[in-house]
Design a protein around this ligand. Sequence first.
Ligand SMILES: *Cc1c(COP(=O)(O)O)cnc(C)c1O
Length: 379
Amino acid sequence: MPRIYLSPPHVGETEKALLVDAFDSNWIAPLGPQVEAFEREMAAVVGMKHALALSSGTAALHLALLVLGVGAGDEVVTSTLTFAATAFAITYVGAIPVFIDADPVTWTLDPELLERELQRCASVNRLPRAVIAVDLYGQCADYEAIRSICGRYETPIIEDAAEALGATHRGKAAGSWGDLGVLSFNGNKIITTSGGGMLLSDNPEWIAKARHLATQARDPAPHYQHSAIGYNYRLSNLLAALGRGQLAHLDQRVQTRRAINAFYRSHLGQQPGIAFMEENPKGLCTFWLSTMTVDQERFGVSREEIRLHLEQLDIESRPVWKPMHLQPVFRHCRTCKGEVSERLFDHGLCLPSGSSLDEDAQNRVVEAVLSVPGRTGGH
Ligand SMILES: *Cc1c(COP(=O)(O)O)cnc(C)c1O
């Protein structure tokens, strides 16, 4: 039986045709008509006025902080339960991450803790320069609450929507809730360009500035002239063609990932000791990855025993993100609480969730979870 991957790329003939067209056009460069079209189409899908296609989501986060003027010694508040790229980008500009724990139901940034932290920062007259809210595993953070809190302290929001393209909150798309939005098209994301990302905003000046910085900060001159430090962050025209093909299928991809989540829930959700990440009723979650927690006492075996058993059956699964405040490199950073994300990391498992996962494969995963040796509880 073939190996089942966590979230492999899902590409087809549309992508191939667009890629070959781009190749034949000889626009094999980090800009070109496919890039422009991809930016236009993505801006329309997300509902932001301007978009900049980039070589990665991490580059988009870096540029978002640069255009907001975040710099050395500034503090930036973010979620501790995220992929490290969110926190890495903060350090690229010399700023200091401050970590906030997750909500136990939705797993996204806890707005109450955010409010308490901003209150405390205001009382010592040292507000963070920005908040990076993270949309986790396909679920938007609670922007209704976060926007109102940040609005009170006039703190700009960057939305790290790398995991949540296609999701909504209060009917508004992931990627459109911040002053700047960040997407990723890495190979494991809901749509991919093999590697790539996008920065979105309604503010044309920010996007123009980010475009300038991403293109080696070339001043308008016939020779090469630079008045700022630049980066080589643009997306290739070939990869933008691939992205356009992927974007055309986004709605189906979201539906499929949601159906996979519903399948896992219906076959595993009733098991004692198993609990899935809940969908926030304020929005639509893509379930980019289907994630559950395992209570060893009630289910009979631990998360790690399940993961290892799946691995033996050639099924890839992963622990939930290790919180940033537990990472050796971020140990020294201030953290507001942290117990919720620690518990999710200890007991959480991401199941295979790719949109190419057929029903046989989904059944294989369910049966594997239910057949872990040594499982005595739950029957
Ligand atoms: C994938 C991811 C990123 C980084 O995106 P890349 O395109 O891989 O650089 C950033 N933040 C989160 C939450 C992610 O999951």
